[in-house]
Ligand binder design. Structure first.
Ligand code: NAD
Ligand code: ZN
Length: 353
């Protein structure tokens, strides 16, 4: 089979590989559509997970089941399925402790295009098919379904980590596709005011549609000065971080009310330490919590989040800003994600209806 692989850091291309085989609890699937992720860019060009040779990229897709192992109960060849980016081993001790995303070790629930071949391939392997796949609702297109692999669950996990409550004022730092889904999730959780930090018109327009009420630019001065000015010096109840770097935590803590929470889903690619400002952290006693997490993955989450889309409560289509058709355009879509033109949110490649 053909797959689009990272040949080494900074180099990619199509390669031939053996089609994966199916263990008793596994499935082999073929993608119906795939989406490119910021993480693919971090992996390939920034060496975010270290060196990899001939590893097929990609972890966002929706698919058709081609083969299942003899212990798989709920899926059969021909089924159309949602595929989460994070596919934990559900019988691991970490999953039993509530941290499925770390099954097998820190961040090890992330397998596609990390510990094994990803989904930019004619066929790909899914571990624990009953625990990780979900049936694709008939009224969700394969293109939209790709947003359920990672963007919706990660953005919404930021909302969970920040523990947004009814009536809260929430700051969302970074409104790429993940941050946009944090805006949507905070809105669904009943936030009264959602302040979004971002500059690109396409993202601002989408964020407005998802419920952001105020906008600031990190290019117009410090985030904290702007947020404190617009909240009469009080700050916000929660901060969701979906963009920025280690220094972004300085702004987040300075913007938080005492007792507030930070939910970080941003990948920190540089620096040794995350900076927490001592005074604004209440000299250690401010009850300001910092939670950072990889999204949990798995079937139940896919079923619940897709039900929001199929019931018309969440429209993910505005995220799919660039839609290509056919594998021939995969590389173009990937390079587009690297180059981030100002009108880009997500590139998606449709392979089948
Ligand atoms: P993205 O690059 O499209 O969006 C990030 C946004 O943050 C951009 O619009 C950028 O302009 C903005 N930004 C950059 N620096 C900023 C700053 N200092 N202050 C405010 N905004 C700033 O990326 P994305 O696809 O939306 O993903 C967001 C992050 O989430 C990435 O780091 C990605 O690797 C990570 N991620 C995490 C998980 C998880 O499970 N935790 C899953 C997927 C992606
Ligand atoms: Zn992703």
């Amino acid at each position: 089979m053909k797959g689009y692989a990272m040949l080494k850091i900074g180099e990619s291309g199509w390669i031939e590989k053996e089609r994966p085989s199916c263990g008793p609890m596994d499935a082999v699937c073929r993608p119906l559509a795939v989406a490119i992720c910021t993480s693919d860019v971090h992996t390939l060009w920034e060496g975010a997970i270290g060196e990899r040779h001939n590893m097929i990229l990609g972890h966002e897709c929706c698919a058709e089941v081609v083969e299942v192992g003899f212990l798989v109960k709920d899926f059969k060849p021909g089924d159309r399925v949602l595929v989460p980016a994070i596919t934990p081993d559900w019988n691991s001790l970490e999953a039993q402790a509530g941290y499925s995303m770390h099954s097998g070790g820190m961040l090890s629930g992330w397998k596609f295009s990390n510990f094994k071949d990803g989904v930019f391939s004619e066929f790909f392997h899914v571990n624990d098919a009953d625990g990780n796949l979900a049936h694709l609702p008939a009224n969700i297109s394969p293109v939209d379904a790709c947003m359920l692999s990672d963007m919706v669950p990660t953005g919404f996990h930021g909302v969970e980590l920040a523990d947004v409550q009814f009536g809260d004022t929430v700051l969302v730092i970074g409104i790429g596709p993940v941050g946009l889904m944090s805006v949507a999730g905070a809105n669904m959780r009943g936030a009264s005011r959602i302040i979004a930090v971002g500059t690109r018109p396409v993202c601002i327009q989408a964020a407005e549609g998802y419920g952001a009420t105020d906008f600031i630019s990190y290019k117009n001065g410090s985030i904290e000065d702007q947020v404190l000015a617009m909240t009469s010096g009080k700050g916000v109840d929660e901060v969701i971080i979906a963009g920025g770097d280690c220094e972004t935590f300085v702004s987040a803590i300075k913007c938080l009310k005492p007792g507030g929470k930070v939910g970080n889903v941003n990948y920190l690619g540089n620096g040794t330490y995350v900076t927490i400002p001592r005074v604004e952290w209440g000299v250690g006693m401010g009850h300001k919590q910092i939670n950072g997490g990889l999204m949990p993955g798995g079937r139940l989450r896919m079923e619940k989040l897709s039900s929001l889309v199929s019931a018309g409560r969440l429209n993910v289509h505005p995220l799919c800003s660039h839609i290509f058709e056919g594998w021939d355009h995969l590389e173009e879509a990937l390079f587009l994600m690297r180059d981030k033109p100002s009108d880009l949110i997500k590139p998606v490649v449709k392979l089948s209806d």
